[in-house]
Design a protein around this ligand. Structure first.
Ligand SMILES: Cc1ncc(COP(=O)(O)O)c(C=O)c1O
Length: 358
C-alpha cells in the first residue's frame, strides 16, 4: 500500500492561492441577473447554423479556423495576423500572462490590476507566481483610479489588466487615459478587456497601430449570449500576436464555438436590438432603485452596482428565494450588489421584488 501522505508537491504559487468558486451551480431555472450574460439567449441564427453544420464528420476532425478567422477579421476590421481566437477572455488573459509575465518567489514580475475588477486577472497572475499589485476604485463614484495606477507602475510591471467598462462597478475609462497608461508603461503588456464594449461603444482597437504594448480583448460570452461555448478574441500588433500564438495550445477553441461565432457576427441586428433593450432596462432599473432610496454607481455596461448597506447579503438571499439571482459584491465594495440588466420586463420583475424586501 503506497504511503497516502506522500504525494507530489504543488508549486508554491498554487499552494498559496485562495480557491475561487464562482456560484455557477443550479442557475438554469432562475432569472439569472448574476453573471452579466445575455438574459434572453443568442441569435436564433447561431442555433440554426450549429444544427446545419453539426455532423458526425465535423466532430471527428480537429478544428479548422480558416473560415472563422476570415469572418471575424472582416467583422472587427482587423487583419487575421493581429487577432488570436481564444477560449473565452479567460484564455486571452492566461496566454497574455504566460507570454509576458515571469513568476517566482524572489524577483517575480508585477501584474497591476484595479480592484475590484474581474477576478480572473488576479487568478492567472497568481497561478503564474507573479506579484499582484492593486489600485482601488473609490466608492461611491468608483471612477477609474488613473493617478493611483500611474503611481504604481514600476520597471517590474509586466502586465496591466483593465476591464473597460469595469466589472463590477460599470464605470469606464476614456481613450486619453488609456493612452496615458500605454505611454507610462512601455514595457508592460496593457490589456484593455472590452467584454462589455457593445453597451458603451468605447474601444481601444483603433490604437493598436500606435502602441506596441496594447492588447484588446472581446468576448462572445456577454451580449452574444454564448458563454457556454467559450469564445473570445485577443488583438494586438502582429509581432505580439506571433508570440501569443507560440504560448497558446493549437486547438483551444472548439469547432462549435468557431461555427457559432461566425453565425453570431452575421446577425448584427440581433445584437443592436438587444443592446437597445438592455440600455432601456438599465434606465428603468436605475429609476426604480432611486425611488426606493437605493444608490448605485452610474454604469456604462449591462449591469448596475447598487449600494444596499449592511443588507447586501440579505437582499441577495431574499431575491434568490424568489428565483432571481444577483451577485453580492459587498466583500469588496461595502454594501455592493451587482444586478445584470436584460429586458425591461426583467427589470420590472426584480424591482417588484425589491419593493417588497426593502
Ligand atoms: C471584465 C470581464 N472580462 C471577461 C469576462 C468573461 O470572460 P469569458 O470571455 O472568458 O467568458 C467577464 C465575465 O464576467 C468580465 O466581467
Amino acid at each position: 500500500m503506497p504511503d497516502q501522505e506522500q504525494r507530489p508537491k504543488p508549486r508554491e504559487a498554487v499552494r498559496k492561492m485562495a480557491p475561487y468558486h464562482p456560484p455557477t451551480g443550479n442557475r438554469a431555472t432562475n432569472l439569472r441577473l448574476d453573471f452579466n450574460e445575455n438574459t434572453v439567449g443568442c441569435s436564433p441564427q447561431v442555433i440554426n447554423r450549429l444544427v446545419q453544420r453539426l455532423t458526425r464528420e465535423s466532430l471527428t476532425v480537429y478544428p479548422d479556423y480558416t473560415r472563422v478567422r476570415h469572418t471575424l477579421s472582416e467583422f472587427f476590421q482587423v487583419p487575421t495576423e493581429r487577432m488570436l481566437l481564444t477560449n473565452g477572455t479567460d484564455e486571452a488573459i492566461q496566454v497574455l500572462i504566460n507570454t509576458y509575465v515571469e513568476g517566482g518567489a524572489q524577483g517575480a514580475d508585477e501584474v497591476l490590476v484595479p480592484r475590484p475588477s474581474y477576478a480572473m486577472y488576479r487568478f492567472y497572475a497568481e497561478v503564474a507566481g507573479a506579484t499582484v499589485t492593486e489600485v482601488d476604485y473609490a466608492p461611491p463614484v468608483c471612477a477609474f483610479p488613473l493617478e493611483a495606477l500611474l503611481a504604481k507602475i514600476t520597471p517590474a510591471t509586466k502586465a496591466i489588466l483593465i476591464s473597460n467598462p469595469n466589472n463590477p462597478t460599470g464605470t469606464g475609462v476614456g481613450l486619453p487615459a488609456i493612452e496615458t497608461i500605454l505611454k507610462a508603461a512601455p514595457n508592460a503588456a496593457v490589456l484593455i478587456d472590452e467584454a462589455y464594449y457593445e453597451f458603451c461603444g468605447v474601444t481601444a482597437l483603433g490604437l493598436i497601430d500606435q502602441y506596441p504594448n496594447l492588447f484588446v480583448s472581446r468576448t462572445f460570452s456577454k451580449v452574444y449570449g454564448m458563454a457556454a461555448l467559450r469564445m473570445g478574441c485577443l488583438f494586438s500588433q502582429e509581432a505580439n500576436v506571433a508570440f501569443l500564438r507560440k504560448a497558446q495550445s493549437p486547438y483551444s477553441v472548439n469547432t462549435l464555438a468557431a461555427i457559432a461565432a461566425e453565425a453570431a457576427v452575421e446577425d448584427p441586428e440581433y445584437i443592436t436590438d438587444y443592446v437597445t433593450e438592455a440600455l432601456a432596462a438599465r434606465t428603468l432599473l436605475a429609476g426604480g432603485l432611486t425611488k426606493l432610496g437605493i444608490e448605485y454607481v452610474p454604469s456604462s455596461a449591462n449591469f448596475l452596482l447598487g449600494y444596499f448597506g449592511n443588507r447586501a447579503v440579505e437582499v441577495r438571499d431574499a431575491l434568490r428565494d424568489k428565483a432571481i439571482l444577483v451577485r453580492d459584491r459587498s466583500y469588496e465594495i461595502p454594501g455592493g450588489v451587482r444586478i445584470t440588466v436584460g429586458t425591461q420586463a426583467q427589470a420590472r420583475q426584480v424591482l417588484a421584488e425589491l419593493e417588497k424586501i426593502w
